[in-house]
Design a protein around this ligand. Structure first.
Ligand SMILES: *Cc1c(COP(=O)(O)O)cnc(C)c1O
Length: 478
């Protein structure tokens, strides 16, 4: 008999803060809390392990079966396993492809991992449709309400709103940078007219939106009064759900018996951190290629330790128009030997001066695993066109950034390369049409998106105005 090291009998880890100054929490509390009270992000105290036998036993299993196995090692019995399994199954039941996250072969050694089969057409759905259900379940059990506040460069917001719109126990406020999302992205958010959904278009950048959310969480009185919670990728539960498709795709391509490389277009570093987490759990990932657009602080940091902020430039891949990658903090925590006060010092200095450099000896620990490359808009368009010409496949601009980055720094890999297709091309039709000469169609259930009524509130980039709006619209009962 193969023993399952990740059965529900295994004790799940506690979650600790990357700033080292907050109590360790169980899975449910870490999920509800989002950002730790000391300003840090939650990470598991230890990584649950997937042995080679565990991975072999997953060959041929469905996405949902693998998802419950992987995630239960973090959740344990904090959520009744039968209910948890049901919520996971429901989450993925209405995805548009029976395989949920299918692999599509490009050529002998390269695959696309299609992560756009959820309701809002980007990989964010894989975590956020589950998170909405987990929140609702836990809150109704505890008879509590929360106010969710999140910043989005486009895709998180639409997925989070979709995941929460039916929740009776939550109000959701999503800030997006006015005019900086694609029209499809905006409409996917603003056409949800449920009474618990509020869209704020901020006169600022995505980083301004993210800073405003941070400031709300730093206001302890407000945080308590509104029972604030976060669904941004700082929420551990999102990373957890994203670990799953690295496991399913690697197993499908021969893990544990061969190493796999992934090319991940990166902005907030959540998706690629989930790959790192999968590797810490035992998945044989040989290379992680982070693709940046012209906002390339991540690529510079990974390649040269150069973490210096520059003004955000709008690009064809708006979901990566980011200078402060919040999830990078989780990797920093490991690079600083899980010393929370060292992380705090490093990041406080970075936030004050806009520059920081990672010492060589710290960077050296990951330089064999992570590589980064930056890809500009012209290269993005060339890549979309080339993939269309060579393979007859339309890819979105973010996916193109990942593939182009892999072309730059991963051409001599001796292992299969999986490029993450992070959004449906129809989410960014203008760029795709410009590059490939073909306008991608929206899937049938979104075909009338442009005829639907929109609702949003435009606000100045002023934290007090934002707080006032949220306070007066949240429906906390007491
Ligand atoms: C969110 C997003 C990214 C960036 O992912 P991170 O987890 O923020 O690094 C890339 N592409 C698309 C389509 C996205 O929606």
């Amino acid at each position: 008999m193969i023993s399952s090291a990740i059965s529900s009998a295994t004790i799940p880890p506690k979650f600790i803060s990357t700033r080292g100054d907050a109590p360790a929490l169980g899975f449910v509390d870490a999920m509800l809390t989002g950002l730790a009270p000391d300003g840090g992000l939650y990470v598991p105290e230890t990584w649950p392990q997937l042995s080679a036998d565990d991975l072999r036993a997953m060959a041929g299993l469905s996405y949902v079966e693998i998802a419950t196995r992987v995630m239960r090692s973090f959740v344990g019995d904090e959520i009744d396993p039968a209910i948890f399994d049901k919520l996971v199954a429901e989450t993925y039941a209405d995805f548009g492809d029976p395989k949920i996250a299918p692999l599509r072969k490009l050529d002998d050694n390269r695959w696309l991992l299609e992560l756009f089969h959820g309701p809002t057409l980007a990989f964010k759905d894989y975590a956020l449709q589950l998170l909405g259900r987990l929140f609702e379940h836990v809150l109704s059990q505890r008879d509590e309400r929360i106010t969710i506040v999140g910043a989005t460069s486009g895709d998180t917001g639409s997925a989070a709103i979709e995941g929460c719109r039916h929740g009776d126990h939550m109000d959701i406020f999503i800030l997006h940078p006015l005019g900086r999302t694609s029209e499809v992205q905006r409409r996917q958010m603003t056409t949800i007219l449920a009474p618990n959904v509020h869209n704020i278009a901020l006169k600022g950048s995505f980083d301004d939106c993210q800073d405003a959310v941070k400031a709300m969480f730093d206001d302890e009185a407000l945080r308590e009064r509104l029972n604030l919670s976060a669904v941004n990728s700082i929420n551990w539960a999102r990373i957890m759900a994203q670990i799953v498709y690295y496991v399913t795709s690697a197993v499908a391509l021969g893990a544990p018996d061969r190493e796999i490389a992934f090319a991940v277009p990166s902005g907030n570093f959540g998706n690629i951190f989930a790959a790192y987490a999968a590797r810490e759990m035992g998945l044989p990932i040989g290379k992680l290629i982070a693709g940046s657009n012209s906002n390339d602080i991540l690529a510079r940091t990974l390649m040269a330790g150069d973490m210096s902020m520059e003004p955000v430039q709008p690009t064809l891949s708006p979901s990566m128009d980011i200078q402060v990658s919040s999830n990078f903090e989780r990797l920093l925590f490991d690079l600083f030997d899980r010393d929370g006060s060292a992380v705090t010092r490093f990041l406080t200095n970075f936030r004050r001066t806009g520059v920081a450099s990672l010492p060589d000896e710290r960077l050296a620990r990951i330089s064999g695993l992570f590589v980064g490359a930056s890809v500009n808009d012209a290269e993005t368009l060339v890549t979309i066109r080339a993939v269309h010409e060579n393979h007859g496949i339309l890819i979105d601009p973010h996916t193109a950034v990942g593939i182009a980055a892999a072309d730059k720094v991963g051409s001599n890999l001796d292992m299969p390369l999986v490029a993450l297709a992070c959004a449906h091309p129809a989410k960014f039709p203008a760029a795709v049409e410009q590059a490939a000469g073909t306008r991608p169609d929206l899937p049938a259930d979104l075909a009338d998106l442009f005829g639907r009524e929109e609702r949003l509130t435009v606000l100045e980039n002023d934290i007090e105005a934002i707080k006032t709006f949220i306070s007066s619209n949240a429906r906390m009962t007491e």
